[in-house]
Design a protein around this ligand. Structure first.
Ligand code: NAD
Length: 440
């Protein structure tokens, strides 16, 4: 593949903030670049199966409220569909489609025997009581249990869903099928077959790769600084890993305040105490800003995290956060963009990042630590034999570091943007399996 073909193909990228259009534009870009067959494109451009359903919930005040739930299975050539369930008020079928498609590339790029799927419910979970949350997640299983299972599709947590919710889902599914089935879902609490190391896996996986990227760039980790968007499961563990494993400073963390219904950035030039911040954050990632202020931290606008003068940016909240209209706000000092979130960067912003030579660790590689330990969790649940946290994190580090180097060797060898290299590795693996299975 020549550099000019690569450049032409890049020029064809279009800005598209609908996440599914964005996922399709990224796919089309690579399909053109590698001359993917029409047969493969037809199958991979759209999800193979989609479910949309009502979930009626009796609320605490006695009223009946109907929520809309989704499950999308994008591709299961390489193994059962795999992907989280997101509870978010702006959830749409297109968000779920995009996330399902990215899961197919994610499981393929780290070479685990799973496909891609995703689910969701349009709901603000923090607005529900614990009893309403339980009714909603059991209702989700009620609607979809026939179409998921250890050999079919294995959900997990994502934005707005918690290990407790996975525990209720596992319980509901096991009751429906009439046998204890911990392998139906991952991200469960340890007491019901969860894996040690799962909760920190995504964020730590991000940091293991930041460590490798710093080696490529000859950076000194203990002198480096980072700014993180999102302080939920991914953001807080990435921030923790950045300070603990690399010895760097996290100077800013942005979050969405569920009370004020707007985002804020918490900052301190000398570095934030991440463990302290975790202690004042609720299960949905909302930080108590009054306690943060009292500790001497500044509370700024929600988008301040993006323009901080740091070495590493870690978007770990939602998609389409770095776009054509705000990418210019990234400081000249930034050398690494580690995409903890799914789809945080739009194709238009990608062009600018590439021109500026910022090393981007692309989302479906960068945040694959979660699905990798989810895979380890399934393996352990199916065996009913559990590894130690150290064993889990050691295997995670080894496998994700290997996947990182596979992508970056291709990127450097062919002069490719890392996202393109990751897509090529992933798509070629999925296509090879579809060919061997006789699908195309
Ligand atoms: P979460 O619900 O635990 O946390 C989300 C965080 O983002 C919260 O702190 C929230 O306040 C913050 N946030 C939301 N909107 C924001 C905004 N506009 N500005 C600033 N902060 C905002 O979710 P999570 O599980 O940490 O997932 C975060 C991202 O990582 C998502 O894109 C998700 O798809 C992706 N991801 C998650 C996992 C996982 O294992 N949990 C794995 C792979 C990818």
């Amino acid at each position: 593949m020549s550099k000019s073909a690569n450049a032409n193909s890049k020029a064809a990228r279009t800005e598209a903030v609908n996440p599914f259009h964005m996922a399709q534009a990224q796919f089309d870009h690579i399909a053109n670049m590698i001359g993917l067959s029409h047969d493969a494109r037809q199958i991979l451009r759209w999800p193979m199966r989609e479910f949309k359903f009502q979930i009626p919930v009796r609320m605490d005040d006695g009223s009946l409220k109907v929520f809309f739930g989704y499950r999308v299975q994008h591709n299961d050539a390489r193994g059962p569909a795999k992907g989280g369930i997101r509870f978010h008020p702006n959830e749409t079928v297109d968000t779920v489609r995009a996330l399902a498609m990215w899961m197919t590339w994610k499981t393929a790029v780290v070479n685990i025997p799973l496909g891609g799927g995703k689910g969701g419910v349009a709901v603000a979970p923090a607005s529900l009581s614990r009893g309403e949350q339980e009714a909603l997640v059991r209702g989700w299983i009620d609607q979809i249990w026939r179409n998921i299972g250890p050999g079919i599709d294995i959900p997990a947590p994502d934005v707005g869903t918690t290990p407790q919710m996975m525990g209720w889902m596992m319980d509901e599914y096991s009751k429906r099928v009439g046998r204890y089935t911990p392998g139906v879902i991952t991200g469960k609490p340890l007491a019901v077959g969860g894996s040690p190391g799962r909760k920190e896996a995504t964020g730590f996986g991000v940091i293991y790769q930041v460590r490798e990227a710093m080696k490529l760039l000859h950076m000194e980790p203990e002198k480096s600084t980072a700014s993180v968007q999102g302080f939920g499961n991914v953001g807080r563990h990435a921030a923790l890993g950045f300070t603990k494993f690399l010895g760097g400073k996290v100077v800013s963390v942005a979050y969405y305040d569920n009370q004020d219904q707007r985002p804020y950035t918490i900052s301190h030039d000398q570095g934030l105490d991440i463990e302290f911040l975790i202690s004042i954050t609720d299960i949905f990632g909302t930080i108590d800003k009054d306690k943060a202020r009292a500790a001497g931290y500044t509370v700024e606008d929600g988008d301040a995290w993006l323009s901080k003068d740091v070495d590493v940016l870690i978007p770990a909240a939602l998609e389409a956060q770095i776009r054509g209209d705000n990418v210019h706000r990234i400081s000249d000092r930034v050398r690494i963009l580690a995409e903890g979130a799914n789809g945080p960067t739009t194709p238009e912003a990608d062009q600018v990042l590439e021109e500026r030579n910022i090393l981007v660790i692309p989302d479906f590689l960068c945040n694959a630590g979660g699905v990798m330990v989810s895979y380890f969790e399934s393996v352990q649940s199916n065996m009913n034999y559990y590894w130690t946290r150290e064993e889990v994190l050691e295997r995670l580090d080894k496998k994700i570091t290997h996947a990182f180097h596979k992508v970056f060797e291709l990127a450097h060898g062919e002069g490719l943007y890392p996202r393109d290299a990751a897509y090529i590795v992933a798509i070629q693996r999925v296509v090879e399996t579809m060919e061997v299975r006789g699908w195309i």
